[in-house]
Ligand binder design. Structure first.
Ligand SMILES: NC(=O)c1ccc[n+]([C@@H]2O[C@H](COP(=O)([O-])OP(=O)(O)OC[C@H]3O[C@@H](n4cnc5c(N)ncnc54)[C@H](OP(=O)(O)O)[C@@H]3O)[C@@H](O)[C@H]2O)c1
Length: 347
């Protein structure tokens, strides 16, 4: 099959540009024994990819992307075109981790993305396929496990979620609302804060460009917060440390404000607040909670079916636009889950 895929041409320093990538057409090999050939239909765009567009990624994180090769380890859904593996048949809807390409030969049972991206069938009758890259996939798992397990959400907690109009943040904020919490969301534009208040029903929302994050948070939560779901790091994390009440908890999900930085940013200047107020700061990976997928699919499946969780998608049409989608995601120009629709071309 002649098929297109995105390659990385050079490791960017600072902000990435679409011309750091190239779309190339290659002949996809026929599947061998134990393989399936998948026609990808939707592929994910994630901020964490920025950390892998470098010669070395943070220790313990996913490996860097290789140059002049298809980017390995990006969640994708598609349809099986040909199967030479037990348990998979032509026409099956699947997810796997060989994204940013039109077709992929995937080895059944081979672990990918710490188990998150191992080839598996998905149920298209529960939700459209791309929901398995959002609320029913790693993004949903990250929000769900981060809030309930890393932050150990407890009754009465006041919760702040940063990057709350994004894929993970919008889900974490809504799960906290469904559990009856007061939830504050922050994001980078007036349109996004309106979305948080009006569509997601958050109790308060602020645009972090409108002043110091510390002051904006104090205005939204004058009595302080108990849980901070951190997607941003930097000044946001410092503001949280200053606002967390005794016994408060931080789920360190990501630090997108620093992903483009050429040099490692300094740590929070007020870390001593963790000692002063018996705080817990816990980093976590969604991929360490793969065993919770059945719980997520039960709960999130029910919430989606009942219309209790709302999902937004920003869709870029065609694989050619995948690099642009990543650039615009990191620039804060997308809302909800950022996706590329790869196209309906069948081989
Ligand atoms: N721990 C895990 O296993 C795991 C898994 C998935 C994702 N994550 C992390 O979760 C976070 C959210 O990921 P996502 O996939 O849901 O992406 P997303 O929130 O949909 O997109 C990233 C958002 O980050 C915001 N942003 C960018 N630069 C910023 C800055 N300098 N300051 C403040 N906000 C900035 C932008 O929104 P604004 O317009 O609001 O600025 C942008 O929309 C990221 O940190 C990601 O790395 C962690």
């Amino acid at each position: 099959v002649l098929s297109r895929q995105v390659h990385l041409v050079a490791y960017p320093t600072g902000e990435i540009r679409a011309d750091h990538f190239r779309v190339v057409e290659v002949e996809t090999a026929a599947p061998g024994p134990g393989d399936v050939l998948v026609h990808n239909t939707w592929t994910s765009v994630d901020p964490g990819m920025r950390l892998r567009l470098a010669e070395s990624a943070p220790a313990g994180y996913f490996a860097p992307f290789a140059l002049r090769a298809p980017l390995d380890g990006i969640m994708t859904v598609g349809e099986v075109v040909e199967s030479r593996a037990d348990g998979f048949a032509r026409g099956d809807l699947v997810w796997h981790a060989a994204g940013w390409r039109e077709h992929a030969v995937v080895r059944a049972g081979e672990p990918a993305l710490r188990g998150l991206g191992t080839l598996a069938r998905i149920d298209g009758s529960v939700a459209p396929a791309q929901a398995y890259l959002g609320p029913l996939g790693g993004v949903g798992l990250t929000a769900y496990a981060g809030l309930l397990h890393a932050a150990e959400l407890r009754e009465g907690d006041v919760v702040w979620v940063s990057a709350a109009a994004g894929a993970v943040g919008s889900l974490a904020a809504q799960i906290a609302k469904l559990r009856g919490h007061r939830v504050i969301g922050s994001a980078g534009s007036p349109a996004k804060t309106a979305f948080l208040r009006e569509e997601l029903g958050l109790d308060a929302a602020f645009d972090y460009h409108d002043g110091s994050v510390e002051e904006l948070l104090r205005a939204a939560a004058p009595d302080g917060i108990d849980v901070y779901f951190d997607n941003v790091g930097g000044e946001h994390l410092e503001a949280a440390l200053g606002a967390l009440r005794r016994g408060g908890r931080v789920a360190l999900c990501g630090a997108v404000s620093a992903y483009d930085a050429a040099a490692a940013p300094s740590g929070p200047r007020n870390l001593f607040q963790a000692t002063a107020n018996d705080l817990t700061l816990r980093g976590f990976r969604g991929s360490s909670h793969v065993h919770r997928f059945p719980d997520l699919h039960r709960d999130m499946g029910a919430w989606l079916a009942a219309g209790l969780v709302k999902t937004r998608e920003t869709v870029f049409e065609g694989l050619d636009r995948a690099p642009e989608a990543l650039v615009r995601l990191l620039a804060g120009e997308t809302v909800g889950k950022t996706l590329v629709r790869v196209g309906q071309r069948a081989p």
